[in-house]
Design a protein around this ligand. Structure first.
Ligand code: DMJ
Length: 521
């Protein structure tokens, strides 16, 4: 810009006088200097920023340091997915902007919901899931802080957790949610810090959750009372049954108590054995009788992470049988659920017994599937499905929770700050290095900041068309949404992607299972 401005000033015209020639020469030199400076600046911006000392050698994390703090503000008012010259993507600045957004959200939690499960940003009030707090936000968010190098915040959150978190509570809790958020969060934070107090909490929680596996089939009940161990809720679904093995398996590795792994792994195998002759599962099953109570097959909520864990169990534990179960399942998904339409590739709904298509719905939760396809090796379908997800996001400039992909009609207009589409962008970027996924991430981040920010943290949207806000900052916004955005933009060695498997709540679990020598034995 400056360069062409100068060129115009010194442009062709009448023959110059001596003074004009000297002025022209000075302007030319100035133009060259400006050009050099701007080249240097753009080179600095294009490269990952300097990195600081890792919080712990064993975490293999590398927080981004502010390179150009003034550039850390996301460009407001842009939904662009293609960079233009003026907005050339600056990964370092975006990583900083994401981290600042995290700090902003965390400060709001601290101010209005400290010690509670979640923040309600509009009411500036706390929310506890079970009437008493299990510190869901701090536990879920701790490893994100560690990855971002937010050491003070991490220390403070950890102190709160080790001093105040107690699972000795007379409340029935949802096994799936508590496992993915709390058990997963405690385990990954333990692996990053080596603080044995976190492992002890995880072990205590695991012991209290174990009675869920006491059904006749070995598939877990939905709820368990943390104090009495009484399980309840026989009517469950594949996601809640099959999304436990990464956490319980890691806990087994770290404690030497193999029962944890065996229980969750057995449940996963049992569920697979209950699949239909077509190789599909439904969306409801009774864990006492093994009868299917819902026969709709899809990759959305209620089933989604069962498939994710089949694949990831094979990767984290080198479990060959899980690899076979994953491949057989994928075959059925590709045969009966995948659908090529004028609007792209999608995975819809079919009856698990007949394979007959029952609906053409896809939503924010389904958007985890490109990541899983990519991790499973099918980059071609993964890329095309992610392109469809982007189309869904762009319908209203931010993601609706559910659409009909044939008509591209919105069926559920909420946006509960979900991370799945970002998780897929991150995974695809790590596996392909295609900058298109960085661009996607930028447009996702900018839309979230512009439309979901409130005075006190970030909140869900009730309606992506009207922009009406709801009143919740879910813990997964800090655990997943901002973590995947940060990892997408931060230097690749911020986390050793090849050495971890993310649980479904974005807690990275290390393949070796080892943790740093404990500072708090
Ligand atoms: C998260 O709690 C987890 O990702 C879970 O697997 C599904 N849904 C939410 C976020 O959308």
């Amino acid at each position: 810009m400056i360069e062409s401005e100068n060129a115009r000033q010194a442009g062709p015209g009448k023959p110059e006088s001596g003074v004009q020639i000297r002025i022209a020469s000075l302007l030319a030199i100035a133009a060259v200097l400006v050009l050099l400076a701007s080249l240097l600046a753009s080179r600095t911006n294009a490269e990952p920023p300097d990195v600081a000392v890792t919080p712990s050698a064993s975490t293999q994390t590398k927080p981004v340091q502010p390179a150009r703090p003034e550039a850390a503000q996301p460009a407001a008012g842009s939904d662009a997915t293609q960079p233009d010259d003026a907005q050339a993507l600056n990964r370092g600045a975006l990583a900083i902007a994401v981290r600042e957004e995290f700090v902003r959200a965390w400060k709001a939690y601290r101010q209005y919901a400290w010690g509670h499960d979640e923040l309600k940003p509009l009411s500036k009030a706390p929310r506890d899931w079970y009437g008493e707090s299990l510190l869901i936000t701090p536990v879920d968010a701790l490893d994100t802080m560690l990855l971002m190098g937010l050491n003070e915040e991490a220390e403070e959150a950890k102190k709160l957790i080790v001093e105040k978190l107690s699972f000795d509570r007379d409340i029935p809790v949802k096994n799936f949610e508590i496992t993915i958020r709390l058990l997963g969060g405690l385990l990954s934070s333990y692996q990053m810090t080596g603080d044995k107090r976190l492992l002890r909490l995880a072990d205590d929680l695991g012991t209290r959750l174990l009675p869920v596996f006491g059904s006749r089939t070995g598939m877990p009940y939905m709820f368990v009372n943390l104090k009495t161990g009484k399980p309840s809720g026989a009517k469950s679904n594949p996601a809640e049954i099959g999304t436990l093995v990464l956490e319980f398996g890691t806990l087994a590795r770290l404690t030497g108590k193999s029962l944890y792994f065996e229980s969750a792994r057995n449940a996963l195998g049992q569920l697979f054995r209950h699949r239909s002759p077509l190789g599909l599962v439904g969306d409801g099953i009774d864990v006492e009788t093994g009868e299917w109570t819902g026969k709709d097959s899809h990759v959305g909520g209620g089933i989604d992470s069962y498939y994710e864990y089949l694949l990831k169990c094979s990767k984290l534990f080198d479990d060959k049988e899980c690899g076979v179960m994953w491949r057989k399942s994928l075959q059925a998904l590709d045969e009966y659920l995948a659908e090529e339409t004028p609007t792209g590739l999608w995975y819809g709904q079919a009856d698990m017994l007949t394979g007959k298509r029952t609906a053409s719905e896809f939503g924010a939760l389904h958007a985890f599937f490109p990541a899983v396809l990519a991790l499973g090796g099918d980059l071609e379908r993964a890329r095309r499905l992610q392109a469809s997800c982007l189309r869904m996001w762009n319908l209203k400039g931010i993601e609706p929770d559910l659409i009909d992909y044939r008509s591209m009609r919105v069926l559920d207009a909420g946006y509960p700050l979900r991370p799945e589409i970002i998780e897929s962008a991150y995974t695809l970027h790590r596996l392909t290095h295609d900058p298109v996924y960085l661009e996607m991430g930028r447009s996702f981040f900018e839309a979230i900041v512009r439309r979901c920010r409130t005075e006190a943290g970030t909140t869900v949207l009730k309606d992506v068309s009207t922009g009406e806000k709801g009143d919740l900052m879910p813990s997964y916004y800090l655990a997943e949404t901002l973590k995947y955005l940060y990892l997408l933009f931060a230097p690749d060695d911020t986390l050793d992607f090849s050495q971890v498997v993310f649980n479904t709540e974005a807690h990275p679990l290390r393949k070796t299972g080892a943790a740093r020598t404990a500072a708090h034995d």
